[in-house]
Design a protein around this ligand. Sequence first.
Ligand SMILES: *Cc1c(COP(=O)(O)O)cnc(C)c1O
Length: 356
Amino acid sequence: MTSNTQTKLKIEKIKQSKLPQVDLSNLVFGKVFTDHMFLLDYVDGTWQTPRIMPYQALPYEPSAKVFHYGQAVFEGMKAYKDKDGNVFLFRPEENFERINRSAARLGMPEIPKEYFMEGLTTLVSMDSDWIPTGDGESLYLRPVYIATENAVAASPSTSYRLMIMASPAQKYYSGEVKVKIEDKYSRSCDGGVGFAKAAGNYAAQFYPTEKAKAEGFLQIIWTDSKEHKYVEEAGTMNMFFRIGDKLLTAPTSERILPGITRKSILQLAEDNGIDFEVRPVEVAEIIDAAKNGNLKEIFGAGTAATILPIIGVKYKDYYTDLPEVKNSYADRLKKMLMDIQYNKVNDPYGWRVKVK
Ligand SMILES: *Cc1c(COP(=O)(O)O)cnc(C)c1O
């Protein structure tokens, strides 16, 4: 790609912003979208002119391949505004690289970097008035990449569309979260697509997760599909366990999504003297630690919630509440991460990318 891709972005602005009709202090996650969206089509081997246009419904034929074969991948990221009105993204290149790794696994063409980055930053910059600035608030960004060819033959599409939409988000609060360690269903398997942010990975976990919810558990901690012996991740979050003073998390694999929050937490743990190990973690080890009082914390890590502490865990017939821990690893790491995201401290890692 040459630098003149920049001048090719076609922008159609909304006539009148919808922002005055939106109460930014009373938002349901992922329901309200900003004035604009980014759109990029790929047709028969050629990327078309990238566009920003008013957020709107788009027509698709019933035969569009995405509806039949689920050839679709997505990303989740956030833009943050500091107290002076500067706007930042957090490690956006990681999301860009990941959507292309996901796309490759689903047989979809690689998105050119300039198009993705310019579309993303222009959208955020145009709709930056929509970014709420309260504690923990942000603009959630959702790139989604789908197969658009109108044909029901079971083969990869010849045309694709990348869309990026933006949704103002308040602090993530889902109450007191209890989780269930799964011993029957699986979300991914060796050789599968678990490492990809594939839409179908979510479809596959809704049914078991709804069953767990009916029993009072908001999320499932998935285990390996062969033996259900090792804990893996929660399906929207990577999982961390603190046994004694040691923080444990599973290594990423083709079954586990490599979270950017997870990666950032490991770096912060390393640089702030938190003892951790990345290794396969057995369910039995966690239950034993719970029984002898050594299980101090469990938390999830992902863009939506940043870090989500867990207050109780179930495995088969065993259930335990987790203790209340002062100065928990979850609280410490969450503060370090958010201070960087919101430009409250120096960013020695270069994770923050200024948009405006
Ligand atoms: C998106 C996602 C995560 C979290 O990744 P982040 O980059 O930290 O937001 C974890 N697990 C799954 C399955 C995911 O789709």
